[in-house]
Design a protein around this ligand. Sequence first.
Ligand SMILES: C[S@@+](CC[C@H](N)C(=O)[O-])C[C@H]1O[C@@H](n2cnc3c(N)ncnc32)[C@H](O)[C@@H]1O
Length: 254
Amino acid sequence: MPSRSEIVARLRAAGCVFAEDEAALLLGAARDDDHLESMIARRVAGFPLEHVLGWADFSGVRVAVTDGVFVPRHRTELLTTTARTLVRPGHTVLDLCCGTGVLGLVVVRDVTPVRLVASDVDPAAVECARRNLAPLTEEVFCGDLFAPLPADLRGTVDLLLANVPYVPTAEIAYLPEEFRVHEARAALDGGADGLDVLRRLAAEAPGWLAPDGALLTEVGVVQADPAHEILSSAGLHPRTVSDTETFVVVASLP
Ligand SMILES: C[S@@+](CC[C@H](N)C(=O)[O-])C[C@H]1O[C@@H](n2cnc3c(N)ncnc32)[C@H](O)[C@@H]1O
């Protein structure tokens, strides 16, 4: 087995900024020498640390994340902390474009009873979400936006969590290689202005929300105003919550 300092040196040479921390995580996760070597090789080749380990931590929760699936970003904690101020026992929570399913998991983790429904277009993400959400729900669906959801959900969704892809197509080339190469394109690409998926979501969302329901979505700073226009045109009332790096738009029925 390579020593810790050898692993650190290999990771550092490959450009890993937090080589010491990563070496400790890889050593802790290794089942045997071969497994350790294959993890180091994958990390040196540029795979995201979370794909190498097979898990990601988000808001104190650890979820499975497999190759190609979007790695939850810490900036999205603004969306989940905002949603946690709104969620109540008896609510129905829909995590659309769920990826690993971690947003729904974090929002409802200590609230009961809650109906949690999740869906994503990517079968690999759905498989992860099914594993991660198994203790809470079996309602994890695969398909385009609302298409795979059960009809009885219409008009009942109290919280619609929707971290849809919002990177403008032309900006994908400037993302770190970890994400650009190793996450599914569909998890990132939001079309010319980054808001194409939000437009499609907004057009259908009012029909799925409960009378007091709200949709929460994350956008980039220059997208906040256009996102408001999109959601207002769809008949929703938007407001923005922000911190230093994240903008979350909360849109409710009038
Ligand atoms: C930015 S990631 C967010 C994942 C997860 N909610 C999170 O925050 O970690 C966007 C997700 O949307 C999914 N997606 C993209 N287009 C979709 C569509 N038309 N219908 C359903 N899911 C879609 C992608 O597969 C990806 O998992």
